[in-house]
Design a protein around this ligand. Structure first.
Ligand SMILES: NC(=O)c1ccc[n+]([C@@H]2O[C@H](COP(=O)([O-])OP(=O)(O)OC[C@H]3O[C@@H](n4cnc5c(N)ncnc54)[C@H](OP(=O)(O)O)[C@@H]3O)[C@@H](O)[C@H]2O)c1
Length: 314
């Protein structure tokens, strides 16, 4: 038996439930707390929990569970729950999500490469001033994280002609991309990145990775694009680097607190582009089909897609 645990609003939770049941050929799925409190008998029959931002704690209420399947690609919120049981956890691996992320990366890298934020500022003061425009092949873009998202982004940037480098833990090769690995590989990646795109998962090793030290290693006038998670970025360090002119612009899609509070000074900063966490939004229908495939694989004893490493934190 399956149950869905989510703190999404009721209408969104029911949409997911509908898509998941359809993808599982009409198999009924229980909607659990906080939307519906379930009795002990119902909870005891559940062997797979489907989760999307579930309430923390309460895992002991589900004694029969053998798999936790996330409906999201990022599982940092789930893994932050110290009471999470030692069970297999799978996250969503969705090629459509990676394609959407690649589009987003290409959009912002092209905009920064073609100086769109600067020309927009000039427009606001009716300033007609042309700046030198390097070719894409001379624009060095660095990607932090070469996983599902980072690889798709790197491939699209290569097609657009950019000089692309990437950083990962293991340093797996990617054709056409200069790859750097591990803590020692970070500085060389930063030193050559005029546009730095963050697509890392949030773990204890990556929290706060966009900080004064990393910014200092970037070339003068570099820009950053944070599409990972809010806590990757040390906001005061970014504001200082933008204020000194060392960094030129930052595109931020993710924040410590979402929605970004109305009173946040980030909203009005002329060197910031603020987006409401839209870099790659999960499509419930497409995701439900992938989740259903993983549920079937689990039941048939086949390997699962997107198994999370608890030790690695992603
Ligand atoms: N803004 C949005 O709308 C949105 C949407 C979806 C996802 N995201 C974010 O994107 C993140 C990445 O997603 P994904 O599916 O690409 O994840 P993934 O497939 O797990 O890839 C993670 C990548 O980061 C690397 N990495 C992890 N820890 C590292 C470390 N300490 N040092 C160096 N490299 C490290 C991994 O290296 P290895 O390859 O060596 O393992 C891998 O290349 C998600 O966790 C989520 O936070 C954001």
């Amino acid at each position: 038996m399956l149950a869905l645990l989510t703190r999404l609003p009721r209408d969104r939770a029911e949409l997911w439930l509908h898509e998941l049941e359809a993808a599982l050929d009409g198999e009924p799925i229980l909607l659990g707390p906080p939307h519906r409190p379930l009795g002990a008998a119902e909870r005891g029959a559940v062997d797979i929990l489907l989760v999307a931002n579930p309430e923390p704690g309460g895992w002991a209420d589900w004694p029969g569970v053998r798999l936790i399947q996330s409906l999201w690609a990022g599982v940092d919120g789930l893994l932050a729950d110290s009471t999470l049981p030692d069970l297999p956890i799978a996250r969503l691996v969705d090629p459509a999500l990676a394609a959407a992320m690649a589009e987003t990366v290409a959009t912002h890298v092209l905009a920064l490469h073609r100086r769109l934020p600067l020309y927009r500022l000039q427009q606001s003061t009716r300033l007609w001033r042309q700046w030198p425009q390097p070719a894409a092949r001379d624009r060095r873009v660095g990607i932090l994280g070469l996983g599902e998202m980072g690889r798709a982004a790197a491939r699209l940037l290569l097609q657009l002609g950019f000089a692309v480098a990437g950083w990962s833990r293991g340093g797996a090769a990617l054709e056409g991309v200069a790859t750097h690995a591990g803590p020692d590989g970070l500085a060389p990646l930063l030193q050559r990145s005029e546009i730095l795109v963050n697509l890392l998962p949030l773990t204890e090793a990556t929290r706060g990775i966009l900080n004064a030290r990393t910014f200092a290693l970037l070339p003068e006038g570099a820009s950053i694009v944070n599409l990972g998670r809010g806590p990757h970025l040390v906001v005061p360090d970014l504001l200082a680097a933008l204020g000194s002119g060392h960094l030129d612009h930052a595109v931020l899609d993710v924040f410590d607190q979402e929605p970004l509070p109305l009173e946040s000074p980030l909203w009005h900063h002329p060197k910031l582009t603020i987006l409401p966490h839209v870099a790659a939004v999960t499509d419930p229908r497409a995701a439900a089909a992938l989740v259903a495939a993983n549920v079937r694989a689990f039941r048939e004893g086949h390997p699962l897609t997107g198994l999370v490493s608890r030790a690695g934190g992603y």
